[in-house]
Ligand binder design. Structure first.
Ligand code: SF4
Length: 109
């Protein structure tokens, strides 16, 4: 059976910049989830996520784990460059919410 792509869990619901699979590269936010989770286990985990707005409270950690190795920084990530009204990618937002809700532990990153 063909595996459902992680974009359906990470990008399309969470990322303002996602263009429906037309991207040639994947940002580190998506790659993190692809490397750390099975699709089914992430899907189950996300069903326990409480609705909540993202904030930058975990930025120091996420900058190192996600943004430092991210290929999207070559062309410039508006969020990382501090542009006004430019949110982070969906993977960053999702991981930040999972950490704040205790569904992913900081020490496991
Ligand atoms: S916020 Fe920007 S630099 Fe950080 S992982 Fe996402 S796309 Fe990459």
């Amino acid at each position: 059976m063909k595996k459902a792509p992680f974009e359906t869990l990470v990008c399309s619901p969470w990322c303002r910049f996602y263009k429906g699979g037309k991207e040639e590269m994947a940002c580190a936010g998506l790659i993190f989830f692809q490397n750390r989770f099975e699709w089914n286990s992430l899907n189950k985990l996300l069903q326990t996520l409480e609705p909540m707005s993202w904030n930058a409270s975990e930025d120091q950690l996420l900058a190192g784990v996600l943004c430092d190795p991210c290929e999207f920084r070559v062309d410039g990530c508006g969020f990382r460059e501090g542009e006004e009204d430019s949110p982070p990618c969906g993977g960053y937002i999702l991981l930040e919410l999972l950490i704040r809700q205790g569904l992913v532990q900081r020490e496991d990153l």
